[in-house]
Design a binder for this molecule. Structure first.
Ligand code: ATP
Length: 224
């Protein structure tokens, strides 16, 4: 059966941006804005993970605080949307990107989907659950991070996934079923680790996080 679209509906292009966001910082917002503009996206969903597989060593700030900070970071940007896709529900379980991406496809089968990831995280891709299937499931946008060479990222992609005709665009890797885009226009040094460490050392975090996030961190006495 053909589903009828509302009159005038277009195929939406959206990106999922997963992370711990502990806390969200100006680098995250800069990446999301650059991605939104570069790929003409209808929405960039920030998905704080209640239990990410790769960052289990450190105790995370409770989900409710991280989600609130993400919502505050997105507040001034109509196309940056906080998402509860990896909110705690039922018995504690780890969230895997492949399941989040599949869940999105199930709910919005017509949307064109990108997954945004920093260069540091993309290098870890071979440790992600079903990463080869994940590479087929959506386009990737890799945000550069100072200290990471974008050309090294190509080595992470299994050769059999590569498309037959290489892209002429140096910032695009064509895969058989999808594409990997390199976003080289943002070079922001900020990390959540640095923000947490500065607060511990009682140093200012002005400009490292959005102003509303800074206010929230101070009012809730987080990271002390
Ligand atoms: P931490 O310092 O706690 O490890 P983080 O700053 O890397 O945190 P995350 O919440 O883990 O922040 O990041 C979510 C996503 O955003 C990841 O894919 C990460 O690579 C990317 N990212 C984080 N900071 C930057 C940045 N400054 N530039 C580009 N990408 C970034």
């Amino acid at each position: 059966m053909i589903a009828h679209k509302p009159f005038g509906a277009h195929r939406r292009s959206v990106a999922l941006f997963g992370g711990t966001f502990d806390p969200p910082h100006t680098g995250h917002v800069a990446v999301a804005q650059a991605v939104e503009r570069r790929f003409h996206l209808d929405a960039v969903y920030f998905i704080p993970s209640s239990r990410p597989p790769h960052k289990s060593q450190r105790e995370l700030t409770p989900f409710i605080h991280r989600y609130t900070m993400v919502a505050l970071a997105c507040a001034e940007h109509p196309r940056l949307i906080p998402s509860l896709a990896e909110a705690p529900a039922g018995p504690p379980h780890v969230f895997y990107t492949i399941d989040t991406v599949r869940g999105y496809h199930r709910e919005h089968p017509d949307d064109h989907l990108y997954f945004v990831v920093g260069a540091d995280q993309f290098l870890e891709l071979p440790t992600w659950k079903n990463y080869e299937i994940l590479l087929d499931s959506c386009d990737f946008i890799i945000a550069s991070r100072p200290g990471f060479r974008l050309d090294a990222l190509r080595l992470v992609i299994p050769p059999e996934k590569l498309g037959r005709t290489p892209s002429t665009d140096p910032h695009k890797i064509t895969l058989r079923k999808s594409a990997v885009h390199l976003l080289a226009t943002v070079a922001c040094h900020v990390s959540s680790t640095e923000v947490r460490e500065r607060i511990e050392r009682k140093q200012s975090i002005r400009g490292l996080v959005p102003a509303r996030v800074e206010e929230y961190i101070l009012s809730q006495a987080l990271y002390r």
